[in-house]
Design a protein around this ligand. Structure first.
Ligand code: 8YV
Length: 334
């Protein structure tokens, strides 16, 4: 009997998903979350035919150097700024990501951050849990947030997730503005009740500004001190995209000095570390990059990642046809 091809899974996954992978592969799955150094990653990838990786694994030319065995790298995420797709393509390695399956859950979570930051849910809960309510003589005008309904929602980056966030705004009777590289088809604009404006206009008019851009070198610090200065002092900023899109130090200054009312952040520059100034502010809601973390969605992401591995490696019903490849043409060279 010929040996099964080998797959390395860089982070713990659902056991039943791993079991499905084991039907075709010899699977080595990390049992605990661990950030691999480039050297560790290089060693792990050197001994396998396919890998399932996460955003903490930076797969670049240096890591791939001298690797003549690896065929597939499946990313557990729609964003793939951790993959150097050009380097993977040059090496003849198929890359895949997990689009679509997480769109609605991330849109839900953007709303969770908007609502929590806008209405000060987390700060109020911290105060209550600390036992301050009894005997506090809470005033009628304590804990005031800003309304969400009837306000202007601005979306920077109007891909699938941005559109999901926009569609939800209808129920809150909000006006929706967006800025994007290109204008959406009119039918989609109508469905989202969204109007294209310049970035400057978006910054000036948004009461809630939600960032859903992919992380590219051009998008680094798209929101920094100059942009924050153009926003309303009553505005709330929400980031469910990537940390480097916002200058976290500048954001902390704006929040502390009242140039911005509040923020809701799921992603951070240099995560899992979070800028200490953000950690100490009351008017920011912080979550550890969990926008896609619903039971259904994380399962769908894991399933999709391994479907790519199984199909690309020539197994299962879709053999030879991975569902969400980033560089499918490499397969013609196999
Ligand atoms: C993460 C994400 O992949 O899909 C993305 O781009 O950022 C997330 O869904 C997820 O948190 C796993 O780390």
């Amino acid at each position: 009997m010929t040996a099964k091809p080998k797959v390395w899974v860089s982070r713990p996954l659902f056991p039943d998903v791993l079991a499905r992978l084991s039907e075709h592969f010899d699977v080595e799955a990390e049992a605990v979350e661990h950030r691999h150094t480039p050297d560790e990653l290089k060693r792990k990838l050197a001994g396998v035919d396919a890998a399932v990786v996460g955003l903490a694994d930076r797969v670049d030319a240096a890591v791939l150097e001298g690797n003549h065995r690896l065929k597939v790298v499946a990313n557990l995420g729609v964003g793939f700024n951790n993959l150097d797709v050009d380097a993977l393509t040059r090496a003849g390695i198929l890359a895949s990501n997990t689009p679509e399956v997480l769109t609605e859950s991330v849109a839900d979570f953007a709303w969770a951050l908007m609502l929590a930051a806008g209405r000060r849910v987390n700060a109020a809960e911290r105060w209550l849990r600390a036992g301050h309510w009894p005997g506090s003589h809470m005033r009628f005008d304590d804990w005031l947030g800003g309304d969400i309904h009837g306000r202007t929602l601005g979306i920077l980056g109007m891909g699938r997730i941005g559109q999901g966030i926009a569609r939800r705004a209808f129920g809150f009777d909000m006006r929706v503005l967006y800025h994007n590289r290109s204008r959406l088809p009119e039918t989609v604009e109508r469905e989202c009740h969204a109007t294209l404006v310049s970035k400057d206009e978006l910054l000036r008019q948004a009461d809630f500004l939600v960032l859903v851009l992919p992380f590219t070198p051009e998008n680094r610090h798209v929101i920094g001190a100059p942009e924050l200065a153009r926003m309303k002092r009553s505005a709330v900023l929400v980031n469910v995209a990537r940390g480097g899109i916002v200058d976290d130090a500048a954001l902390a200054v704006a929040l502390r000095e009242g140039h911005l009312a509040a923020a809701g952040l799921d992603v951070f520059e240099g995560e899992p570390s979070v800028h200490p100034d953000l950690m100490s502010l009351e008017n920011v809601v912080l979550s550890p990059h969990i926008a896609s973390a619903s039971e259904e969605t994380r399962r769908a992401m894991a399933d999709l990642a391994i479907d790519n591995v199984i199909a690309a490696m020539g197994f299962g019903e879709s053999a030879g046809k991975p569902p969400t490849p980033l560089n499918p043409a490499v397969m013609n060279r196999w």
